[in-house]
Design a protein around this ligand. Structure first.
Ligand SMILES: Cc1cc2nc3c(=O)[nH]c(=O)nc-3n(C[C@H](O)[C@H](O)[C@H](O)COP(=O)(O)OP(=O)(O)OC[C@H]3O[C@@H](n4cnc5c(N)ncnc54)[C@H](O)[C@@H]3O)c2cc1C
Length: 457
């Protein structure tokens, strides 16, 4: 019997899955394998929100495979060692997996090649599984990657994407391959109470509902913080329960300005992936240094903690930070405001904020998180690195009625309309009625400090 292994990583689905399709086409049986990598647990990346969502995804992937006559094999340990064990046990001739970009993913691929070479097993890496357009497929003349989004997007949009693949009808798994139990969400402590449900079924339902009733208004409403009018597909794209190629193609078929704007956001995702693929150090080092001498974590400890807890005294920032804690997810405009506030208003190193986001975000992703943090801090690909977002004017613009703030900062629920963005304007007894902190810092003072630090005055 010819056997091939399919190693699932950030592609936890049966629909549109080129590694699974290729392995099935070339063999009599496949081992759908997921390795709970002890390396990820050891580096602190597997935090409760992502661990719980992952558990949902694995259970659902197992169910999807069982519906087709197969099952998911789960192992715990070092990926290369566990895959090699499964290959030896089943006498598999090849391992199929999706190409990915982080330094961790590339080390994993290298280590797999080394481990499997010794036992005569081929490693087959598939492109356009984790991203729509593979990193490196689109490059400017004489450079290895695009550092600016607009020209990248122009070329990206012209790329021919592969056809979307159907889910297989049948999956045959060889007998006798041992598996650890598939993890359960209920066994993960410390999960955000409003965390979304994970899994391919939930993800596909979100995509279908989005295409039917959300995408058309996306261009007009994506920045409406209270309206919650974005797709919320980021965890599905992060865990690969929704295929980015399928998301792009179905959105294009939906058509219209909303779909165009939405597909452009998916291109941002690919853009950050190709930056990180070309510059892996950007996950921890400035992509473009501005020679910042950030305040030390020690001297800014009180402000950092207030920011983390959503108690900065700037309502829209606090609302966003509390949404993050409650849902493990935050609106994009909230992410921008929270990140600008930490790095530019408080002048704290972007890595401090990126780490906190990664501790809580269900979609926490090295490419998107680190590159967006760098964008907000002005050390990344933003062409206006010194712009500072004013939380009051931004709050009034993107939450004009104040409904987003009132939802997440209940202490201020008694303030109507946009007055909720400036509670410090109340005086005397009126102010005392609200148990909400005064602003951590005056905005003009913060702006002065930032401009001085960046040598702008
Ligand atoms: C400081 C900061 C940190 C961020 N961290 C992450 C992260 O860890 N993981 C993550 O997936 N996104 C991150 N983003 C990008 C963006 O905020 C989220 O992808 C988006 O808010 C998710 O909501 P949605 O799925 O409803 O997005 P939609 O508006 O519906 O967009 C659709 C999809 O496009 C992609 N996308 C949208 N905006 C961006 C962007 N700016 N960069 C890259 N891809 C984008 C996402 O995959 C998203 O799901 C971050 C943004 C900032 C400013």
């Amino acid at each position: 019997m010819r056997v091939r292994v399919v190693l699932f990583t950030a592609d936890l689905r049966v629909h549109d899955h080129p590694p699974l399709r290729a392995a099935l086409d070339a063999s009599d049986a496949v081992v759908p394998l997921f390795v709970r990598d002890t390396g990820i647990a050891a580096n602190g990346f597997l935090v409760p929100n992502r661990e719980a969502f992952l558990a949902d995804c694995l259970r659902d992937l197992d169910a999807g495979l069982r519906q087709r006559g197969g099952r998911l094999v789960v192992r715990y340990g070092d990926v290369a060692e566990e895959v090699a064990k499964v290959v030896t046990e089943t006498d598999a001739c090849a391992v199929h997996l999706a190409g990915d970009v982080s330094a961790y993913a590339r080390r994993r691929e290298d280590r797999l090649r080394t481990a499997l070479h010794g036992i005569g097993c081929e490693v087959v890496v598939h492109d356009a599984v984790v991203t729509c357009v593979p990193p490196g497929a689109v490059t400017p003349a004489a450079r290895d990657h695009f550092a600016v989004f607009t020209p990248y997007h122009r070329q990206w949009a012209r790329q021919h994407t592969r056809p979307v693949g159907r889910a297989p009808r049948a999956v045959t798994v060889p007998d006798g391959v041992g598996s650890e139990p598939v993890p359960e969400r209920s066994s993960v402590p410390g999960v955000s109470p409003g965390l979304a449900e994970g899994g391919e079924r939930a993800g596909r339902a979100r995509l279908t509902a989005w295409l039917r009733s959300g995408i058309a208004a996306y261009e007009d409403r994506h920045d409406d913080m209270a309206g919650d009018a974005t797709s919320r597909l980021s965890p599905d794209l992060h865990f690969g329960t929704v295929s980015p190629v399928e998301a792009v193609q179905r959105s294009r078929s939906a058509g219209g300005p909303g779909a165009e704007a939405f597909v452009r956001q998916l291109a941002w995702r690919d853009f950050h992936h190709q930056v990180l693929a070309a510059r892996p150090a950007a996950s921890h080092a400035d992509y473009r240094t501005r020679h910042d001498q950030w305040r030390s974590e020690r001297s800014a400890r009180r402000e950092i903690e207030a920011w983390r807890q959503g108690c900065t005294g700037y309502p829209v920032v606090d609302a966003a930070m509390r949404q993050l804690r409650h849902e493990g997810w935050m609106h994009n405009r909230g992410r921008l405001l929270a990140a600008s506030f930490l790095t530019k208003t408080l002048y704290v190193d972007w890595r401090v904020g990126a780490r906190h986001f990664l501790d809580l975000l269900v979609d926490g992703d090295i490419s998107n998180n680190q590159m967006n943090w760098q964008w907000a801090a002005g050390t990344g690909t933003d062409s206006r690195p010194n712009r500072v977002l004013n939380p009051v004017t931004q709050g009034k613009r993107y939450d004009p009625d104040g409904a987003y703030v009132r939802r997440w900062v209940p202490e201020l629920a008694g303030l109507s309309g946009s007055a909720v963005h400036e509670p410090w304007k109340l005086t005397g007894k009126d102010r005392a009625a609200y148990d909400y902190p005064d602003p951590l810092i005056e905005l003009p003072d913060a702006l002065d400090r930032f401009r001085q630090a960046r040598g702008l005055r």
